[in-house]
Design a protein around this ligand. Sequence first.
Ligand SMILES: *Cc1c(COP(=O)(O)O)cnc(C)c1O
Length: 340
Amino acid sequence: MGPEIKEMEAQLAEYVGVKHCVSCSSGTDALLMPLLAWDVGPGDAVFTTPFTFIATAEVIQLLGATPIFVDIDPKTYNISPELLDESIAQVIEAGELNPKVVIPVDLFGLPADYAAIELIEKKYDIKILEDAAQGFGGQIDDRLAGSFGDAASTSFFPAKPLGCYGDGGAIFTDDDDLYEKLVSVRVHGKGGDKYDNVRIGLNGRMDTLQAAIVLEKFTLFPTEVKLRNKVADQYSALLSDRVVVPEVSSGYTSVWAQYSILAKDADDRASLQAKLKEAGIPSAVYYPKPLHQQTAFNHLDYKDGDFPVSEEMSQRIFSLPMHPYLETADIEKICKVLNS
Ligand SMILES: *Cc1c(COP(=O)(O)O)cnc(C)c1O
């Protein structure tokens, strides 16, 4: 908790345009801490997408609450607001769980549809926790990722758009009461001091050394967001109809944590990835198995076919090399291999 921590929190809060930033040990703890502060636990339903990294749903289960998965929009890969509305109504109808929080994920760097999700939040009086681990740096009109919902979390894991050299994360909020609770949760639920404990918390501090690295990399970050968008635009212009390229709706800016495209089916994807590999070009699949099909969530009793869009995308999607300094010649080479 050295001086760079406070400096980084101040700079990031100003950039995002919210009152408070609380740094913490990882993007996973950045999701866990607001849920802890809101007393989420057994009997509570927390809604999220099955097409995300395990951490998003893991924190719900860790607190003994029930993850309720909601399928994604096939164009954005983000949670479908229409299906979210239906799913909350079903949970209320069943009368067993209390709908408490929705965790939309800004997948691959594209913010979720917060205009629609905020209407649902008001309709059912639930909270929104934005998972901006991949979205930090993205925006909708002039609002930055990290400013949506009651709180937002991000990650500084090295593979994220703004990474440090190890683990780190941060939570953003305008809510003064939540801010006080997060500061307490971060250090073992401290009250007056760390030997006075008023709630159950964590050892959730971020290292000062990692904050110093984020501060230095942050000086380049706004430029890097522009460069990432240039790379994405070049890919989308050069790739033929052989694959489906990502769509960004008007008003939205992605930070392109991943540039992900769709093959025709699983076999087609395997052959395209093999061609890339032969040419010395790496590619990766995010995510090969939706969360409702993971062994860790067997107890939720979901079955194959429950989330058809997530299941289809997991068979067809793959991601191309993406970073701010990818050169035009390399982009052209990658597209040539895929188009041939
Ligand atoms: C990376 C990631 C996390 C977790 O962040 P860590 O810093 O690795 O704990 C959570 N959600 C999403 C969507 C992520 O991509």
